[in-house]
Design a protein around this ligand. Structure first.
Ligand code: NDP
Length: 399
């Protein structure tokens, strides 16, 4: 019987709360807190759970977070607010001695840059406090790290090449919308692309490297090389990797919209003066775009995310593909959210469940690939994200 405190009442927060509420025998008390309490109340009103409460908190303020944690006394805090809140929430967990889990790594608001350094720096302090932080436990990062750890544990002696592929073949009917927080999403994809090769990072212009990739049950989709945060932790923790890349699909129409928005300056994070106020163009753009959590209702099609891996087993070369496909309409039917929120929220709930039940144990700060993949993958399908593997049967990446 444990208590979970969920921070952030957006698309992902909705899924995490719904999924925790489905497992009452573990999550006996749930508190959903966010900047806008009304949004927590709206989510809570759709959930039947005997002990689900809501609260208002500004998670940028460590003091407010500490007061909330002291009041509710959770066993774990699941942070599904924005990456800007990672450090204050980690500080509050440290001060109160409570475990921490998130789905996206820290970004400073005034710099479109993410790296694990800021959060890895907490390792010694978490270790001394005897508590655990699990970083990046959504789908990507998250399940992609668990998939890679599973491949290493059960299928390879050494992993040499890793290509993470992320396809959203869904259609929400809007000309342009992002599937999670627009500000965070657009900051991520407009950065330079980057991949790891022979101990170095190679930078490429945004969207300049692309190829057609075949996704199971979906078919060929144009996929673009992006930098994604799990590449940093995976090459650190699996040092035999010679090359690691991340690919994501975008439609021609999406890229045309994005180019126009960039060309007119609406994706900039530099504040400008507007009618006597300082505004950040990207934050204004976020305010006029569809809210990601509202996209679910008419969303059709699937996401498909997986890891193509090459390496050696018993002295022989081996190829391996492990993936999940998730249907937007089925996700909506179950939790009232689309598949991108669903594929993030389910792993966050499951990671928290493994921590509070002692199946994932540790003192310090961990990325998911450092933890045992077995209990996670045993349950991932049960909780809504079945996974599949193809052994020596994927010719997708030979270069
Ligand atoms: P949303 O923008 O829909 O929701 C974010 C929520 O956080 C909002 O309710 C917002 O409040 C709240 N919030 C923002 N600032 C604060 C604050 N200072 N204090 C308290 N609450 C705050 O985002 P999503 O649900 O789409 O995404 C949530 C997280 O999940 C993001 O960090 C995103 O990067 C991550 N993600 C991870 C993925 C993965 O696979 N690993 C994939 C997709 C997303 P308000 O409503 O008042 O603005």
């Amino acid at each position: 019987m444990t208590k979970v405190l969920i921070i952030g009442a957006g698309g992902v927060g909705n899924v995490v709360t719904q999924k925790c509420a489905q497992i009452r025998e573990v999550f006996s008390e749930i508190c959903l807190a966010s900047r806008t309490k009304d949004k927590c109340d709206a989510i809570a009103s759709s959930i039947a759970h005997p002990s689900l409460t809501t609260a208002q908190v500004d998670a940028d303020q460590v003091k407010e977070m500490v007061a909330l944690i002291n009041d509710f006394q959770p066993n774990i805090v699941i942070n599904v607010a924005l990456p800007y809140q990672d450090l204050p929430i980690m500080d509050a967990c440290l001060e109160t001695g409570v475990n921490y889990l998130d789905t996206a790594n820290y970004e400073p608001p005034d710099q479109a840059k993410f790296e694990y350094k800021w959060q890895w720096d907490y390792h010694e302090r978490y270790k001394q406090a005897g508590i655990m932080a699990v970083l990046g436990c959504g789908f990507d990062p998250g399940v992609t790290g668990v998939f890679t750890a599973h491949a290493l544990k059960h299928h390879f002696d050494e992993i040499h090449y890793l290509d993470i592929v992320d396809c959203n073949a869904g259609d929400h009917g809007h000309p342009f919308a992002t599937n999670f927080n627009p500000e965070i999403n657009i900051r991520e994809i407009t950065q330079k692309g980057k991949y790891y090769k022979n101990s170095n990072w190679v930078e490429v212009d945004p969207f300049s490297v692309h190829r057609s990739i075949n996704y199971p049950e979906i078919g060929e989709r144009e996929s673009y090389l992006l930098y994604h945060e799990e590449l940093e932790s995976l090459v650190k923790h699996i040092p035999t990797i010679k090359r690691a890349r991340f690919w994501m699909t975008f439609s021609e129409s999406y890229l045309t919209h994005l180019r126009v928005l960039q060309n007119v300056g609406l994706t900039s994070i530099e504040p400008i003066e507007y009618e006597g106020h300082q505004i950040v163009p990207l934050q204004f753009l976020k305010a006029v775009l569809p809210i990601p959590s509202s996209l679910g209702e008419n969303y059709e099609g699937k996401t498909s995310i997986g890891c193509h891996i090459r390496g050696v087993k018993d002295g022989k070369p081996k190829t391996y593909y492990i993936y999940n496909n998730c249907n937007h309409a089925e996700a909506y039917q179950e939790v009232g959210g689309q598949a991108v929120a669903y594929t993030t929220g389910v792993p966050a709930m499951l990671g928290a469940l493994l921590v509070v039940t002692g199946k994932w144990k540790g003192e310090g700060v961990f990325n998911v690939e450092q933890l045992d993949p077995d209990p996670f993958l045993e349950k991932l399908g049960t909780y809504g994200l079945p996974w599949h593997e193809l052994i020596n049967n994927s010719q997708e990446f030979t270069d």
